[in-house]
Design a protein around this ligand. Structure first.
Ligand code: PGA
Length: 256
């Protein structure tokens, strides 16, 4: 892997203050793997408390609005995430694209809003099972990369600074226990890299490409060792330290 591997837990709509103990345990272990960048994205309600509870790992949001402020009941903006202690935000997760009808253009605007606020961003892409079965997976994901990644001068600077990541998450592999085949992951990561180089030139090499979708202790080592895989975005297996730490360990060579 060309970069420090990036292992990110996405708690989705799970978590209460009682789960801060898990975050603390994950954080203590993260400190033992300095060659791995570890982060958690809890629900908005826990960002501030998590920020207080941890020292070694990153803390992020799972979404942000395209605008910095205004009449958008129920939404949270990128500057608000910064204010509450987040250092990055996930945008364009397939659950947001599906549940909230987010288009590539909206995802791009969110990524640009995140960068404007000084956050790092992880932009999610991934095909459905129908698209894969129809042989369209690479075309679909390439179009998502072209349409969802941030553009402009601020984006070029953020990309060069390593603040932009892509998460390849096949929709059919999320929360299903069904993991993509390693050769398919390698092929897709190569296709994504080609799009990134076309978008950003040589700086496109600085964008880490994470794999996501049913990553767990049993499959993490093989996936993380695969060509072009720069880390993992982990849902279900990030909810406890017991499930998450073996994935961090698989990415690193710390003392464990
Ligand atoms: P999962 O979720 O690990 O539970 O499949 C991954 C994700 O949606 O980020």
């Amino acid at each position: 892997m060309p970069h420090r591997p990036y292992i990110v837990g996405n708690w989705k709509m799970n978590g209460s203050r009682a789960m801060l103990a898990e975050a603390r345990a994950i954080d203590r272990a993260a400190g033992r793997y300095p060659d791995v960048q570890v982060a958690l994205a809890p629900p908005f309600t826990l960002i501030a408390a998590l920020r207080e509870a941890v020292t070694a790992m990153g803390v992020g949001g799972q979404d942000c609005h395209v605008n910095a402020k205004g009449a958008h009941t129920g939404d949270v903006s990128a500057p608000m995430l910064v204010d509450t202690g987040a250092d990055f935000v996930i945008v364009g997760h397939s659950e947001r694209r599906k549940d909230h009808g987010e288009s590539d253009a909206v995802v791009r605007a969110k990524a640009e809003a995140a960068l404007a606020a000084g956050l790092g961003t992880i932009v999610c892409v991934g095909e459905t099972l129908e698209e894969r079965d129809a042989g369209k997976a690479e075309a679909v994901v390439s179009a998502q990369v072209d349409g969802s990644l941030p553009t402009g001068d601020a984006a070029a600077e953020a990309v060069a600074g390593g603040k932009v990541a892509v998460a390849y998450e096949p929709v059919w592999a999320i929360g299903t226990g069904r993991v993509a085949q390693v050769p398919d992951v390698v092929a897709m990561h190569a296709a994504i890299r080609a799009r990134l180089l076309s978008l950003y030139g040589e700086a496109g090499m600085k964008v880490r490409i994470l794999y996501g979708g049913s990553v767990n202790f049993a499959n993490a080592a093989e996936l993380l060792a695969a060509e072009g895989v720069g880390g993992a975005l982990v849902g279900g297996a990030s909810l406890t330290a017991e499930a998450f730490l073996p994935i961090v360990a698989a990415a690193g060579s710390g003392e464990g």
